[in-house]
Design a protein around this ligand. Sequence first.
Ligand code: ZN
Length: 503
Amino acid sequence: METKTRPYDELLTLLREASLLGGTASILSWDQETMMPSAAVGYRAQQMAQLSGLIHRMATDPRIGELLDRCEADDDMTSDPDAAAILRETRHHYERATKLPAELVTERAEVRARAQHEWQEARQDDDFERFRPWLERNLELARRVADHYGWEAEPWDALADGYERGMTAASVEAVFTPLRDRLRELLATLMDGPRRPDERFAAHELPVDAQRAFVRRVAERIGFDFSRGRLDESTHPFCGGSHRDDVRMTTRFRPDGFLDSLAATMHEAGHGIYEQGIPSELMLTPIGGAASLGIHESQSRMWENQVGRSEGFWRWCWPLVEEHFGSAVDGFTWEAAHHAANVVRPSLIRVEADEATYNMHIMIRFELERALMNGSLAAADVPDAWNERYREYLDVEVPDDTRGCLQDIHWAFGGFGYFPTYTLGNLYCAQLFEAACEQVPGLVEGFARGEFGPLKQWLNDNVHAHGGRHEPKDLCERVTGKPLSADPLLRHLEGKLRPLYGV
Ligand code: ZN
């Protein structure tokens, strides 16, 4: 027995060392976004490069491969669920880290850096032709990378698997197509509806200091533990940090952007509550984190949308709004805030999109990048294909490529396969939330009394407690009893938006 467990213990030790160093690097990245003086950027870049090189060497140590082989051949290991999950995750990451030839990794890094620079210039000058050759090179590299990883149905799958385990283009299409078709119908119905929600509160100016105190209070109330985390400010809100007891999230403030700050804070707090809920016994192992990017996003979206845009939430927090902002909110009511938080408007820019139309932006990108990877769409034809879909799905005219196909950085850094995780997050979110409502009586009614503990506890028990033990689709089936479907998200959007638009 002793000789059998020894390789597993040695493997866990090597993985723990790499994980400790990874957590250290995360704190440095957080610092870079929030606190670091701007002149420090040069040395910090060298420090980060040194650290990531070291972490990569540790993660690709051939000894890990040898130990994995031995553990996988050991029935005691593979019959223990946690050990089996740890071996599965380690195998996945080790294979992906070691399958690419060094020259390809270097070439990809160089092309990506150059492509991002060209994309920035192209976006600024509305000059797609400038970016086109770099998009082509990124695609060619992405296909080579996919071939090294290996794929069955189509090359996109090999890249997507790096962002969301088990995700394939076919599985995404199966949920996205019904979502797209029914969302188009819903949007058309809403836009033709007789009523419009009251938008006045959306851009109402409020003092930033009071906003800062207010959003912190909400984050605390929904269950973010400030003794194990922080809330700071950065241009683009994010949630990072080192581990479950040191979660660093950020938000941003603008006098006329109160609802944006609140939504961003609740979103990042959702990510943070997930991290804080990972069981300590899983820490520093390959399953001591989220199940996937999509599941992570389901947690942030739930607090942002299912809670933060609900009627109950606004009924509860309006007296607090009045307490924090005083006469600055005179003339407004909780209904006005609830309306302003739920306006739907088809638009051009993904990152500014509302809860309902956001998913259309993602589906358009998915359809295009899948076609690009398969070679059925040429890079040169992207602007036309993009504009056509925006016309068809969102009924908006794209005036230029800056506000069209050049708006996102993802294809410039070669991140094909990433976009769907955003909408998968919304889908997982709605399905998990329905399950929570079924299992916890009075859950939504409690929001109006400021009772968010039951939802947090349910998420702790059903999602967070598993860490990365299960692949996302397995976790979804386990918790909700059903495979992922578009129905819960559509029910959520229709149930909320139809009354607001009088349809
Ligand atoms: Zn997020």
